[in-house]
Write a protein that binds this ligand. Structure first.
Ligand code: AMP
Ligand code: MG
Length: 349
């Protein structure tokens, strides 16, 4: 398939381009587009065949549900059986934005879109291209991250091109995304709102708005028999091709341990990568050293995580050693993704 790649300026989107992308979605085709979190692979969420095509293009397991994206609050009601008061409150505080909410689904949402579940995940994104495209595409756009299943999520159009060119009708290149980590997911089918996936909107922000909030057991359990409720969280997501190890502890000791391991693997003939920050990269001298961002701006760390992992794939790193980024606001989301990418390989020094 020939994939059309269209550059769109998010500040001044050309309506002609948006209309073309919207028409593709309305006719059952697939369009990848930027959102404020990561790039999404969009198709009509109410069309069984379009949903099935999304799974096929990504190589995504069919039990891993899709998030339905809407572009106004009024579009929520037809998708769900009821909107709990707490969810209304959260929507008015955080939508449009990087927040997904889970509800009991109505009959218009096909089971093919929800991975067979009787609940549906809904998000109202804030990115101007995403909103315009959802409207032009019919109002209900299923849009999982626009990567091949298992690879790091795409934060720029180049990543989408790598994974999906030739498999979908169009890729909208709207530049780099702002947040770089997938949306926070909060489940409202439980009595107490439950965080199924941490994101930019963190636990404290949710508590301030909702009062009581729980963290899904599967997210915090050390016991691997307890599965997370969000089906996607059980897969080894976000994985780089090399073996990733996280080193935790006091700054000097972390740097010394990483340098020691990098030196050892380099001497053994392997390509080695190191993930540090602007503050620490000067401490390293072995292997390929990359800064993920600065500790004085934790959002920069979230924004660059996936692109750094992809860069290490491109340079064929067999071993990657990373510092830990347990920062105050986004630390939970960043470490959730980094730990998954590392298959939970962590050492403490
Ligand atoms: P992605 O769009 O690729 O960021 O992934 C969407 C994720 O949202 C899935 O992998 C699930 O973990 C989660 N999700 C979507 N729908 C539901 C649902 N109905 N119940 C629980 N989790 C869901
Ligand atoms: Mg994904």
């Amino acid at each position: 398939m020939n994939t059309k790649i269209v550059k769109i300026d998010p500040a001044h989107p050309r309506m002609e381009d948006i209309r073309e992308a919207g028409r593709i979605i309305r006719e059952g085709g697939l369009v990848a587009f930027p959102t404020e979190t990561v790039y999404g692979l969009g198709g009509n969420a109410l069309d069984v065949t379009a949903s099935q095509r999304i799974y096929a293009a990504k190589g995504r397991p069919s039990d891993n549900p899709l998030i339905v994206h809407i572009a106004d609050m009024a579009s929520l009601l037809p998708l769900v059986t009821e909107i709990p008061e707490a969810a209304r409150k959260l929507a008015s505080a955080c939508w449009p934005g990087p927040l997904t909410m889970i509800f009991h689904k109505s009959s218009i949402v096909p089971l093919e879109t929800t991975g067979g579940l009787d609940s549906v995940a809904v998000r109202f994104p804030s990115h101007p291209i995403a909103c315009a495209l959802i409207r032009e595409g019919g109002g209900y756009v299923a849009a999982p991250s626009a990567n091949t299943s298992g690879r790091p999520s795409p934060t720029m159009a180049e990543h989408v091109i790598e994974d999906l060119k030739g498999k979908i009708e169009m890729i909208v290149d709207g530049g780099s995304v702002g947040i770089g980590l997938e949306s926070t997911i909060v489940d409202f089918t439980e009595k107490i709102p439950t965080i199924l996936r941490p994101g930019y909107i963190n636990e404290q922000m949710l508590r301030d708005i909702l009062g009581e909030v729980r963290m899904d057991k599967g997210l915090i359990a050390e016991d691997s028999r307890i599965h997370p409720k969000a089906p996607g969280m059980k897969y080894r997501h976000y994985a780089p091709k090399g073996s990733l190890l996280i080193v935790e502890g006091q700054t000097d000791r972390v740097a010394a341990k990483i340098e020691e391991m990098a030196r050892e693997k380099t001497a053994a003939g392997y390509t080695v990568g190191i993930i540090g920050t602007d503050e620490s990269v000067g401490r390293y001298s072995s292997g390929i050293i990359k800064s993920i961002g600065t500790r004085s701006d934790e959002e920069s760390i979230g924004r660059h995580l996936y692109s750094v992992l992809r860069e290490f794939d491109d340079c064929g790193a067999a071993y990657i050693f990373s510092e830990s980024f347990d920062t105050p606001k986004m630390g939970q989301a960043i470490m959730n993704r980094l730990l998954k990418a590392a298959g939970h390989q962590v050492i403490r020094v």
